[in-house]
Every structure is written in C-alpha cells, then in structure tokens.
Design a protein around this ligand. Structure first.
Ligand SMILES: [Fe+2]
Ligand SMILES: [Fe+2]
Length: 396
C-alpha cells in the first residue's frame, strides 16, 4: 500500500469515527480537533481550521484550528466564502478572502445545497503544487466532515429541543405540585381530624410503589393519586365529616360519595400520569367485592388501587378520628394482616412490610413511612412482627 493511500485510509477512518461519536458537545470537539491534526499531518500543512456556519446567526464559528491567528479567522466573511465556494469542491489560490486568513486551500463543506462550513489549510511544509489525488482526498475529507457536522448540528438541535421539553415538563410538575398542595390544604381546612392524611397516604403509596420497582413517572402518578384520593370530601358537608357519633345509613351513603366525587374532580385535570382517576375512584374497593362505589373485586383492581387501599387504611387506623382513638402501629399492621385476601392484597402487604422493615433497619436513606409513625412505637416489636409476616407471605 502506498504511503499516500495509507494516509488516506487513516484519515477516513478518523473521520468515520467522528460521525459516530456524537454523544456530547465536549466529545465532538475533542474528536474534531484530533481529525484536524490528522488532516494537517497528512498534507504536511502548518495551518488548519474547521469552521462551522451557523445559519441562524449567519456567522462562522471556529470549531477547531491550529496555526492561524484566531482574529483573522474571526474576520472571514461568510458571504464571500459561500459565493467563492459555491459549486466548487476545493479551491487553491490567493482569493482575497483566503489571503485575509493566510489560507492556501479552502474546501467548502456543503450538505445538498446548504453551506455548513469550511476546511482551511495553509503553511505547506513541502514545495510544489498539490497533486490531483491530494485534491481528491481533500474532497472525500470535506464530504466526511459535512456528514459529521450535519449529524452534529442535528444532534445539537435535538438536544436543545429535549432540554426545552425537560424545562417545560419541570415547570408543569411545579404547577401540579402547587395545585396538589392547595387541594390538600383545602381538604385539611375542612376536616381537622384528617390533617396531613393525604400527604401521608401519598408518601406510604410512593414507598410501596418504589419497592415494587415502578419507574419514576409511575411513582409520581401514585403520589398524585395519594394526594388527591379524598379530594371529593371538599363537596361533603363539614358537619358530616366532623361528626363524633356513628353515621346513620343515610349519612354513610352520603360520605361514601366522596370517592366518585374525587374521580369527577380529577378527570377534569389533564394529568400526564395514567390511572390517577381510576385509583382515586376505587380507593374504597375490596378484593372480596364488598367495597364501594362499584363493588369491584380481584382482577378488576389495579396494583395502584391495591396500594392506595392499604396505605389509606393503615393511615386511617393509626390516626385519631372524631369517633375513635387511634391504634398503635403493631395493632394496625395486625388488622391489615387479618384482612388479607378479603380486603388487602398479599403481594402489596409483603412489599409494605419489607419497605417498613428496611426503614426501621436504617437501610433507606430517605424513609417515607417511619417519620410519620407514632414516636412512642416500640420499633423492635414492630420489626419482629414484620419479619413474621414477611416470612409467612414469602412462603406462599
Ligand atoms: Fe377515602
Ligand atoms: Fe383517605
């Protein structure tokens, strides 16, 4: 293989590499710099530059260069370069625009009929004119750089768009969270006894969903459903919500409307999360079909619904209510266990016990359940109880 051909092969493989390595702005600049060194080495030129034409600002940007005075490159007129290079693959000579920068060769870089940059070379170390195969090689190189630059600019456009989308999504999340807190504050204001209930149910539900291996988007949907599950109580009278004596059958029917009301409110909001309405609508259903409002059972209940029914009941039992005292944590866990399969799901219970045990053992850096439990709880008793349930349910 002749030396020139070897050089050409080396050059082209370096450029092909450039086309593939468009993973970040930094990686791209590193690559294009090494490509320029390969090109100047191949042609024994002291000076080289790869320029990128930004059509939105109509300016030439130096992607990389060696040997030129940057100031001279900054003074290149893109319009002149474009008209000089139009329909030409490679220019040798002393056109004024090239002389300004001290360049002897200009290889314009086009993608279709769009000018996207230029390769400049100068400061030859060898005497004599360039051979025709050198010019052919320069053409190949210019075409390769064209592909790389084009891919890169598409990539950067895409990266910009993704960044815009990410920012919009963040803003939207911010608004949602503000809305959620406003709703939760409104519910709390109506019903003093359920203060922070929605917040705790959201936290417990998130802990279970995370332990189940849900992704961050699904977990956030669960959090929102937890926050809003009782939002329908806003439409129930204060007197009824705060009643100390047991409910009459009519009052019970009235208060049970809250899950459908929660669903009616949440359907009005266009959530990016699936199933929020379904979860809030059915958070009082039971596996045995004796829940409300639709007496759904087993297969009709999603994992989201099963998580929320458990989280909701656990918090209801461990909180003070107008008509009864709160239960201690181990009694509440015992109640959940007693109602497995009729009301609560075995798998969700197992996961709940596992995550709470991990929190008690200090295995989770940011516990979601433990900080809300009664401070006087005997954690070693709770731990033993959880271990018992975990081994019993794991064996099934
Ligand atoms: Fe409820
Ligand atoms: Fe609730």
């Amino acid at each position: 293989m002749s030396t020139k051909l070897e050089k050409a092969m080396y050059n082209i493989s370096a450029l092909a590499d450039l086309g593939q390595a468009i993973t970040s702005e930094d990686a791209f600049h590193e690559k294009i710099q090494s490509v320029l060194y390969v090109i100047t080495g191949t042609f024994l030129a002291n000076k080289g530059a790869i320029l990128f034409y930004d059509k939105s600002t109509q300016s030439l940007n130096t992607l990389t260069q060696k040997g030129f005075a940057q100031d001279d490159l900054d003074h290149l007129n893109p319009e002149e370069l474009i008209s000089l290079g139009r329909n030409k693959s490679c220019l040798i000579g002393d056109a004024p625009v090239m002389a300004v920068a001290g360049a002897e060769i200009l290889a314009p870089i086009w993608v279709g009929d769009e000018f996207i940059g230029a390769l400049l070379l100068g400061g030859w170390l060898t005497a004599g004119p360039l051979a025709s195969e050198d010019l052919e090689l320069l053409n190949v190189i210019a075409n390769q750089i064209a592909i790389a630059l084009n891919n890169h600019s598409l990539f950067m456009d895409l990266a910009d768009k993704l960044e815009d989308n990410r920012r919009l999504y963040e803003e939207m999340r911010h608004i949602y969270h503000g809305t959620l807190q406003a709703f939760a504050a409104a519910i709390d204001a109506k019903d003093a006894y359920t203060k922070n209930h929605s917040h705790r149910v959201a936290k417990y539900s998130v802990a279970i969903a995370r332990e189940l291996g849900w992704n961050e988007h699904e977990i956030e949907g669960m959090y929102v459903a937890g926050y809003l599950h009782d939002v329908g109580k806003l439409a129930i009278s204060n007197t009824l919500l705060n009643k100390v004596t047991p409910f009459t059958p009519e009052e019970r029917t009235e208060i049970r409307k809250h899950s459908t009301l929660s669903r009616n409110i949440t359907t009005k909001i266009k959530f990016p999360w699936k199933n929020v309405e379904d979860i809030v609508w059915h958070h009082h259903e039971r596996l045995d079909g004796r829940g409300y409002p639709d007496a759904l059972a087993e297969d009709s209940l999603s994992d989201g619904v099963r998580i929320l029914t458990l989280a909701d009941s656990f918090d209801a039992m461990t909180s003070q209510r107008p008509y009864r005292e709160k239960m201690d944590v181990q009694s509440a866990i015992g109640e959940l266990r007693k109602n497995l399969e009729s009301q609560f799901d075995n798998k969700i219970m197992l996961v709940f016990c596992k995550v709470l045990a991990k929190e008690i053992n200090g295995e989770l850096p940011e516990p979601d359940i433990l900080p809300h439990l009664d401070r006087n709880s005997d954690l070693s008793v709770i731990s033993d109880l959880l271990e018992g349930i975990i081994s019993e349910l794991s064996a099934r």
